[in-house]
Design a protein around this ligand. Structure first.
Ligand code: DGL
Length: 274
């Protein structure tokens, strides 16, 4: 069995997995949420890299050849080092992909004003990854970033339906639009944020395109698999989905439904904490 691995610090990657499972239902999948150590968003580069690498290694130990980091923070802070430094030493034919590049590649299709807002965790924003990646594809696009450090903790704690959350959504959006009034496209550059989509829309000026990453990442993965038959041919196609968490199975199963849109049953894994 050679499943596709999908990783997030917690539940957010399930919003991406939803889109991937809908577009590519034939493959076998393993999902791992590192809930015991989430959120990653305010952690240092070294810590995010170390945690992400441990999880990637776990996927490879399970027989995966392809792992998707369905987490912007891990993609921003760990992906490049893993691809350049660790993968070559982990044996041939193993690949790790992230969510930033495919999102950056697509964003130019949405904006008319060429002025784009990016909402993410503190880690994603401070890495500058979106600014770099978007300017690689579209040198004419201006990118304005806003860190929303409290959104993920609210979501991970199941608190995101509280009225108090609105205060932070409004405040963070005001700070984004204070940077530029001609922003016409806002990217949810954190896989947790689609759960707040309705509330975010409430505080966005009329006519702004609000972009979630799930369908973009799923489309990009489908394209990648078409272009890499040597990988696609070894991926197993039993249509199975298995869910793993580093924390409580009960909590995972309770929360996951809201992100994945259907009930899931999960298993616990223990990663050696360094
Ligand atoms: N879902 C993650 C992201 O896309 C995570 C956040 C976190 O753990 O802070 O950035």
């Amino acid at each position: 069995m050679c499943p596709i691995g999908i990783f997030d610090s917690g539940y957010g990657g399930l919003t991406v997995f939803r889109s991937i499972a809908d577009q590519l239902p034939q493959y076998d999948y393993l999902y791992l949420g590192d809930n015991a150590r989430a959120p990653y968003g305010n952690r240092s580069f070294e810590t995010v890299y170390e945690y992400t690498l441990e999880c990637v290694q776990w996927f490879f130990d399970q027989g995966c050849k392809l792992v998707i980091l369905a987490c912007n923070t891990a993609s921003a802070k760990a992906l490049r080092t893993i691809q350049q430094k660790d993968l070559p030493a982990m044996g041939p034919g193993k690949r790790v992909l992230g969510v930033i590049r495919p999102s950056a590649e697509e964003i130019g299709r949405f904006t008319q004003t060429r002025s784009v807002g990016v909402l993410g965790t503190k880690g994603t924003v401070s890495s500058g990854s979106y600014v770099t990646e978007i300017s690689n594809f579209y040198p004419d696009i201006r990118v304005y970033q806003q860190a929303c450090p409290l959104w993920v903790p609210f979501i991970e704690n199941g608190d995101y339906k509280n009225d108090g959350v609105d205060y932070y959504i409004r405040k963070d959006l005001e700070q984004l639009f204070a940077q530029a009034t001609d922003i016409d496209t806002v990217l949810l550059a954190c896989t947790h944020y689609p759960l707040l989509e309705d509330r975010i829309r409430k505080y966005l000026p009329e006519g702004i395109a609000l972009i979630a990453q799930g369908p973009i990442v799923a489309g990009s993965l489908a394209d990648y698999l078409r272009r890499h038959p040597e990988l696609t041919n070894i991926l197993s196609q039993g249509g199975s989905r298995s869910f793993f968490t580093t924390d409580s199975v009960t909590d995972f199963e309770e929360h996951a439904t809201q992100f994945f849109g259907e009930a899931v049953s999960a298993q616990h894994i223990h990663l050696e904490l360094k």
